[in-house]
Design a protein around this ligand. Structure first.
Ligand code: HEC
Length: 147
């Protein structure tokens, strides 16, 4: 009788330690799962990198950090890496910016509507969003939902 009690205690301790352990793993994973549960795939980020370096980096910087390249009327290419305003715009608004270029009269970004394929535009967005922290990405999701 005593023996079974002892065995049971060991068993319970085992279960306890094991479940704490798996809880730890879970919380470690969730930070990763966040990046993985975004709308785009790693393949899109890779395609997007090629598109971005070829078409956008000259103004927005290789890592979408923005540049001081002064364009006419003093408009400057903003960072798209999550440190500026871009997360205020939903996916379709970001795509519209790419299609239409500078929306305002003073805007100096060229129109990419006919220069890039649809999947290339999306891939370019995936690329600059890959620099966004999870916190910025979540803010973006929230703001997009409110529209
Ligand atoms: C000739 C320079 C130039 C090039 C090339 C360029 N941009 Fe821009 N981009 C700008 C400027 C300047 C703005 C700010 C609005 C304006 O003045 O047109 C802007 C704004 C944007 C915005 C809106 C940002 C916001 O915070 O609302 C997005 C998105 C964007 N660009 C994405 C791209 C992508 C993707 C490419 C490549 C396919 C690209 N841009 C190529 C200069 C450029």
């Amino acid at each position: 009788m005593k023996r079974t009690g002892f065995a049971l205690a060991i068993l319970l301790t085992g279960i306890f330690v094991f479940s704490c352990d798996s809880m730890k793993n879970k919380s470690n994973q969730s930070a990763e799962t966040d990046k993985k549960s975004r709308w785009y795939t790693e393949a899109q980020v890779q395609t997007g990198k090629t598109v971005f370096l070829k078409n956008c980096a000259v103004c927005h910087g290789k890592k979408a950090q923005g540049t001081n390249k002064s364009l006419a009327h003093g408009s400057k290419p903003p960072p798209l890496n999550g440190t500026a305003h871009a997360y205020h715009h939903s996916l379709s608004e970001l795509k519209r910016s790419i299609n239409m270029g500078g929306l305002s009269e003073s805007g100096k970004m060229p129109k990419f509507k006919d220069l890039l394929k649809e999947d290339e535009k999306l891939a370019a967005i995936a690329y600059f969003q890959s620099f966004w922290s999870d916190a910025v990405y979540r803010k973006w999701q929230k703001m997009s939902r409110m529209k």
